[in-house]
Design a protein around this ligand. Structure first.
Ligand SMILES: *Cc1c(COP(=O)(O)O)cnc(C)c1O
Length: 426
């Protein structure tokens, strides 16, 4: 297989043998479109649509009683979603809650677990993370009266794409209070060794948090067993909950019971909440890190979506995803040789996430030409085309067809009619 030329027939054969192929028909996919951007905004499934409509029906039917009496009672929805999510990250159900967004959840967990003193008052992060995470870290430092220039240490990257775990570990010391890293880097798709990093940090008494934006729903995790202290994620990427879908957070069992840094009435134990007492009794689960009323209409689609993950199984999804990204990379090398593309993600399976990171100096306008050909990639400045073959709804033949359309764009140079600058939303 390795040395033989890949053809459309190879793709068709792989699709026929695919154990997960039945899930594709569960999604709304526009005819003729090859959607490779599910790592940015996942597509709508029929089940997510249904659970959203059920919440609307519950509102129609029950009004205020929908909180407890509806088909999908709103008062317990965040906990229910947490329980359904737990297997995807190797957590216990009480360690997980769906609430807020990545950035607000990060603020909450920093407010709870970053407690600097005279000796330990630095946060260790990296230079490649998504900007929102870095903004949150800097503003939390400032709230403690600490200068981010001094107290935020960002591990640099040698190649501008990836991080070296050993270098991260070397930067840890007795002044480090907390470490925050992405599980998978949003641009290069590098998957970090979370277990190794967590062990090394704990050996030095450092609190460890991960941002799972680009790994949840794409690959399995063992957060509880690795001892990870906290994690945050969104659900509109690989988990297909829709634009602005509810975020999620995990806090290790050993920290449960610790009062939230940012408290609100939804931080309360659920049986006490309506006592309306001015002294908060925080929930003993990760529910304590909620703040206000849950956004039911952006949580409900996740109920249906997570059912699909339960049925498909995250290990099966990861297996297919690795095979699909490998297939895509092999096709790119076979068909696009000589066009100055460079595959920027790590090659080893244990070091890559769910997308292929393709670099080209004309990336911005190649993306525009792809969209003209009904291929939806995304562009990340300055030169990255991200292509995510989502195991639940992208077929091997879609991947083959995508590479063929890209080849045509390069052969005919149709990208040259566009300007090489990004759109408002890249
Ligand atoms: C997508 C993403 C975000 C977005 O944060 P929101 O608060 O959900 O808007 C943050 N961090 C990373 C690493 C991301 O990939």
């Amino acid at each position: 297989m390795k040395n033989s030329k890949l053809s459309r027939q190879h793709a068709i054969d792989k699709d026929q043998k695919d154990q997960l192929k039945r899930f594709k028909q569960e999604f709304h996919i526009k005819e003729g479109t090859l959607y490779m951007d599910g790592n940015s905004l996942g597509l709508l499934s029929k089940r997510a649509e249904k659970t959203l409509l059920t919440s609307l029906e519950d509102w129609k039917e029950h009004g205020i009683e929908g909180w407890t009496e509806g088909e999908q009672p709103w008062y317990y929805m965040s906990e229910k979603l947490g329980e359904m999510t737990a297997p995807l990250i190797g957590a216990k159900k009480e360690e997980v809650i769906n609430t807020g967004s990545i950035t607000t959840n990060l603020h909450q967990l920093l407010a709870t677990f970053f407690n600097p003193d005279d000796k330990r008052n630095k946060i260790l992060a990296d230079t490649l993370n998504f900007p929102s995470d870095i903004y949150a870290l800097k503003s939390q430092l400032r709230l403690h009266g600490l200068d981010p220039e001094i107290h935020l240490i960002q591990v640099t990257s040698e190649d501008g794409r990836t991080l070296n775990e050993e270098e991260i570990i070397e930067q840890m010391n007795e002044e480090t209070a907390l470490l925050l890293l992405p599980s998978v880097l949003y641009r290069s798709g590098q998957l970090l060794d979370m277990k190794k990093i967590t062990e090394a940090a704990h050996a030095q008494g450092i609190i460890v948090g991960f941002d799972l934006a680009h790994s949840i729903g794409a690959l399995p995790h063992e957060l509880h067993d690795w001892g990870v202290d906290f994690a945050v994620w969104c659900t509109y990427k690989y988990l297909n909950s829709g634009p602005g879908g509810v975020g999620g957070l995990y806090v290790h069992e050993k920290h449960l019971g610790q009062a939230p840094g940012l408290a609100g009435w939804f931080s309360s134990r659920k049986d006490k909440q309506f006592d309306m007492d001015h002294t908060l009794t925080p929930s003993e689960t990760a529910g304590a890190y909620q703040i206000g009323t849950p956004h039911i209409l952006s949580s409900a689609p996740l109920l249906g979506s997570l059912e699909i993950f339960q049925e498909a199984g995250i290990d099966n999804i990861r297996k297919k995803s690795l095979d699909q990204t490998a297939f895509m990379m092999q096709l790119i090398e076979q068909e696009l040789d000589g066009y100055d593309f460079e595959i920027a993600n790590p090659r080893q399976a244990e070091r890559r996430g769910g997308h292929v990171s393709l670099e080209h100096k004309e990336a911005a306008r190649i993306c525009k030409a792809l969209k003209e050909k009904q291929v939806i990639p995304d562009f990340r400045a300055p030169n990255v085309i991200r292509l995510a073959p989502i195991a639940l709804y992208v077929s091997y033949e879609d991947i083959y067809e995508m590479v063929m359309r890209l080849k045509e764009i390069m052969d005919k140079e149709t990208y040259k009619k566009f300007e090489n600058i990004r759109g408002i939303i890249a």
